[in-house]
Design a protein around this ligand. Structure first.
Ligand code: DX5
Ligand code: ZN
Length: 209
């Protein structure tokens, strides 16, 4: 299992320090949520922030693009320091182009579906990507409740793609729901509010147990 703490829930005033903490506690990836105020109602941050934190961390930068027409910016995000880029199938008319841009740069390709998007929609891309990100909350905000009805999607993808494929879950992960997601077949776990609290190191270790 890989833990990918989401910095959306971090204190941006001391971001580099907080990233060091999750890294020291054993988290392998860093989840970076980019929101454009259009694909999702919220706005977060983008390239300049990624470029800055890149100087302080060698962790795998797991960039989750919640932006409309991601193909416009994929190269920029890669330049800023992304190791993997995940885009939403609902955000683009040209998923193959997105896949190609990420692949051509030698980075890991992720494709994501929102809770109300059927898994059928990404079926034809499954053998072209490294990872599926199954959203277990409506994208846009941290601190929401894990949607149990997503477990079926995770199970379906795991069954279809076999044990070596990466399935990431994002939203509502805590000490309880992590077990549910893993049991359904997820192997990469995003957690925001469950990690960035008063005891960052303790929370990371707890989730990794
Ligand atoms: C939601 C983001 C998530 C979010 C998860 O749109 O994609 O990564 O930060 O936050 P928690 O873990 O608090 O549900
Ligand atoms: Zn995310």
């Amino acid at each position: 299992m890989i833990l990918s703490p989401s910095i959306l829930a971090a204190d941006f005033g001391i971001l580099a320090e907080q990233i060091k903490k999750v890294e020291n506690a054993g988290a392998q990836w860093l989840h970076i949520d980019v929101m454009d105020g259009q694909f999702v109602p919220n706005i977060s941050f983008a390239m300049p922030v990624i470029e800055s934190i890149r100087k302080y961390s060698d962790m795998f930068f797991d960039v989750h693009l919640m932006i409309t027409e991601p193909e416009r910016y994929i190269n920029e995000f890669i330049k800023s320091g992304a190791d993997g880029v995940t885009f939403h199938i609902e955000a683009t008319k040209n998923p193959l182009k997105c896949i190609q841009l990420i692949r051509n740069a030698g980075k890991r390709v992720g494709i994501s579906i929102k809770p109300d998007t059927d898994v059928d929609v990404i079926e034809e891309y499954l053998d072209k990507v490294d990872m599926v990100l199954v959203m277990t909350v409506e994208p846009g905000y941290g601190g929401q409740k894990y949607l149990n009805r997503m477990n079926g999607k995770i199970r379906y993808i795991r069954e279809k793609m076999g044990k070596d494929f990466d399935i990431e879950v994002d939203g509502g992960i805590d000490g309880t729901t992590i077990g549910i997601a893993l049991e359904a077949g997820a192997n990469i776990i995003v957690a925001g509010t469950a990690v960035f609290n008063e005891d960052i190191e303790g929370s990371v270790k707890e989730l990794l147990r």
